[in-house]
Design a protein around this ligand. Structure first.
Ligand SMILES: [Zn+2]
Length: 472
């Protein structure tokens, strides 16, 4: 059998306060990269029915964006999951942690929240419980597998260099320290890399020499975005090999092929283990700033956790798990503004850990997004000392000849919402909401309410311009 797995993912480049994607000129003629990659890849693959025949996972921020902005693709992915269920007895979709975080690098409690949120998010959109979960960058250790098992996940996908003996295929049993076990499917590195980097002809050639069940896992964006026309080749390949295709669920049902041990703290995209997200390991070129960013984001995590526990007590951690229902549009009226601000600080802290900030050796837009989430997380704590300490750390963190303070927008949050309201009103629109902010003119002021926390801000309309001090 041949099993394809497509990892569909885009970094969430939304502004942390407004939760909107600002224009990205490099994606021109599209407004931003989600639009461009959807046009080049997700839409044609959906139209060709390719997702009906392969396993896939979708990062939640991308799936939410598709649902709102490209409902055709969103519906096609849901239908594809059902097509797998009808054909093979199991759906095609795998769950994904709520954010794309290198799980072994964050505390176990954070991993649990990200996995639990990911499972609940999956259930909401695919109307069933997930059997499998994709690990961001396949970053793995035994504790992360324990967290998956805690949350009812039966299997995940690794690459050959992550299992001792380099066996491929599966499912293989991994025995966990707790005595439980979990299954792993192992991606065939040669075949997957041929398809991702060599193209279809070389892949088909290499496939001729393969025996047994073959797992081919790669970025979904290969088909149409990284390789033009590959979406059509995939459709043709599927048409000619329908009887040989299966999904993970189908294979899982047929039982273990043996037992393997994993290589702890490894990933599919850094031969140095988890270096790529924590130190200057050499991946992509020199990146001396990686360690500093890791330290900064770790400090933000500790600071948020300390405030959270002091103010909400152990009860807070239960509230945080359940906060996913609010994030998915549920009622937050039972929470106080104080609770909501601390829960949002936790969410911002988790988002700040999104792996993309570290991935390339260059300092790109994703680095700035991580710094902005870190700022939002600490801002929400209402702790002047912590904010001052963050600013001091950012001021000392020199990247490419400037400090990380350069990534902190002075115009942000409610003030930005008020300014955008004025701009839109001037252009003839009168929006009630700008992102998650409700903006209302009241006397000679604008009242701006953050609907996530119900916190209200007021700005004098004639002092709005350039008056950042209004924020405090
Ligand atoms: Zn590396």
């Amino acid at each position: 059998m041949i099993i394809f797995h497509l990892h569909l993912y885009q970094p969430d480049r939304s502004d942390p306060w407004l939760e909107m994607i600002f224009p990205e000129p490099s994606a021109s003629p599209y407004r931003h990269w989600n639009e461009r990659i959807s046009h080049e890849c997700y839409e044609p693959n959906a139209e060709l029915g390719n997702y009906n025949w392969v396993n896939f996972d979708v990062g939640p921020p991308l799936l939410s964006w598709l649902r709102q902005n490209r409902p055709m693709v969103y519906m096609a992915l849901r239908e594809a999951d059902k097509a797998g269920l009808e054909r093979w007895g199991y759906g095609n979709a795998l769950a994904h942690p709520y954010y794309h975080v290198i799980l072994p690098l964050v505390p176990r409690r954070d991993r649990d929240v990200l996995v639990y949120w990911g499972v609940e998010y999956f259930k909401r959109h695919f109307k069933r419980s997930p059997e499998g979960m994709w690990l961001p960058e396949m970053a793995v250790d035994l504790e992360t597998l324990e967290v998956l098992a805690d949350n009812g996940i039966a299997y995940t996908v690794l690459t050959q260099s992550q299992v001792k003996g380099r066996r491929a295929g599966g499912p293989y049993k991994v025995v966990l320290p707790s005595g439980r076990s979990i299954a792993v499917f192992v991606r065939d590195e040669r075949l997957s890399d041929e398809l991702a980097f060599g193209g279809f002809e070389r892949f088909v050639e290499a496939l001729r020499g393969a025996s047994g069940d073959v797992v081919v896992a790669l970025d979904g964006e290969t088909f149409g975005h990284h390789q033009k026309g590959a979406e059509k080749m995939l459709a043709q390949f599927i048409a000619h090999h329908r009887d040989e295709l299966a999904n993970f669920g189908r294979l899982y049902e047929s039982g273990y092929r043996g037992e393997v041990e994993i290589v702890e703290r490894t990933s599919w995209s850094c031969p140095h283990g988890l270096g790529r997200w924590s130190r200057d390991c050499g991946c992509g070129g020199p990146a001396p700033w990686r360690e500093g960013l890791r330290r900064l984001i770790d400090w933000v995590g500790e600071t948020v956790d300390k405030a959270f526990e002091e103010r909400l007590g152990p009860e807070g951690w239960r509230l945080l798990r359940e906060y996913i229902y609010v994030l998915m549009g549920g009622d937050s009226s039972g929470y106080s503004t104080e609770q909501l601000k601390l829960l949002e600080a936790q969410r911002a802290k988790l988002a700040a850990n999104t792996s993309d900030a570290w991935f390339f050796a260059r300092v790109g837009i994703e680095f700035g997004i991580a710094v902005k989430w870190a700022l939002r997380a600490v801002e929400l704590l209402d702790d002047a000392q912590a904010l001052e300490e963050l600013m001091r750390r950012l001021g000392e963190f020199v990247v490419n000849g400037r400090t990380a303070l350069a990534f902190c927008p002075r115009l942000r949050g409610p003030l930005m919402a008020a300014v955008m309201y004025v701009a839109l009103s001037t252009a003839g629109q009168t929006p009630e909401k700008v992102g998650p902010y409700i903006v209302k003119p009241v006397d000679d002021e604008f009242e701006v309410v953050d609907t996530r926390t119900r916190e209200a801000f007021r700005f004098r309309h004639d002092l709005l311009w350039g008056s950042v001090e209004n924020l405090k």
